[in-house]
Design a protein around this ligand. Structure first.
Ligand code: BTN
Length: 234
């Protein structure tokens, strides 16, 4: 179902913006891919560096219930990178890192009629990054010093997305377990800025909606649905 229809473009401003415009008329599972983006969007209004060589795609989904939907993309991305022997890790909710450098990101947007656009950016064959990203970003090419067959990779990614979407619909518990296996924060002490305040605690689990469960120094359990955090000691 996912990838039954794939629309490929040489250049788009943003695959998410394009997908949002056509989401009402195009069937669920449609994939929009661009070789490069001129206005790639990251989370929190940031730009996303999207030159040729990377995998920039958006997926149109109509899941009904959206909880944990973006976690499934993180799992599919990690699995696809593992297949290239790249030890990728998910930082909650769905940034993907190799060591301390980001290799992929997911931008999920929910439209007014419930359609969900999942934008996935993976730094595959990117040789160099601009100065401001050099210390914080990496690519499969940089990690392994080789060029990958992008079409093959995208095919595998789409197959993984399909598998994880089926899991999302049928067995969220297993999907959350897979997410935990790929994440780097379970049992770690973190500091998170959430709703204007700074909270410190140990990550003890994810709840059934994908929220982080933090154990505070007082022993109280706090559930976090959004925020920017850092892992203590990193
Ligand atoms: C992040 O900041 O971590 C999210 C990055 C998401 C980038 C992808 S690339 C394809 C899709 N189109 C966009 O404009 N953004 C997403």
């Amino acid at each position: 179902m996912i990838g039954d229809k794939i629309y490929r473009f040489d250049k788009l401003d943003s695959t998410n913006d394009y997908a949002s415009k056509v989401a009402y008329e195009f069937p669920e599972g449609t994939v929009i891919i661009a070789e490069e983006q001129t206005k790639g969007k990251g989370t929190q209004g940031k730009n996303w560096f999207s030159p040729k060589g990377g995998v920039w795609l958006s997926l149109i989904l109509k899941p009904g219930d959206n909880s944990c939907i973006s976690l499934m993309a993180g799992v599919a991305v990690c699995q696809s990178l593992y297949n290239l022997k790249i030890p990728a890790r998910i930082k909650w909710p769905n940034d993907v890192f190799v060591g301390r450098k980001k290799i992929a990101g997911v931008l999920t947007e929910v439209l007014s009629k419930g359609e969900v656009i999942i934008g996935i950016g993976i730094n595959l064959n990117i040789k160099t990054f601009p100065a401001e990203l050099k210390d914080v970003a990496t690519s499969a090419m940089i990690e392994k010093n080789k060029e990958y067959d992008k079409n093959k990779f995208v095919e595998f990614l789409i197959k993984n997305l399909e598998e994880k979407y089926i899991l999302f619909k049928k067995d969220k518990k297993t999907l959350l377990e897979e997410w935990k296996d790929y994440s780097n924060i379970m049992q770690r002490f973190i500091e998170i800025k959430s709703a204007g305040s700074l909270i410190r605690g140990r990550v003890i689990n994810l709840d059934s909606n994908g929220a982080l469960l933090l154990e505070l120094p007082s022993g109280k359990i706090e559930s976090i649905i959004a925020g920017e955090f850092s892992i203590q000691g990193e």
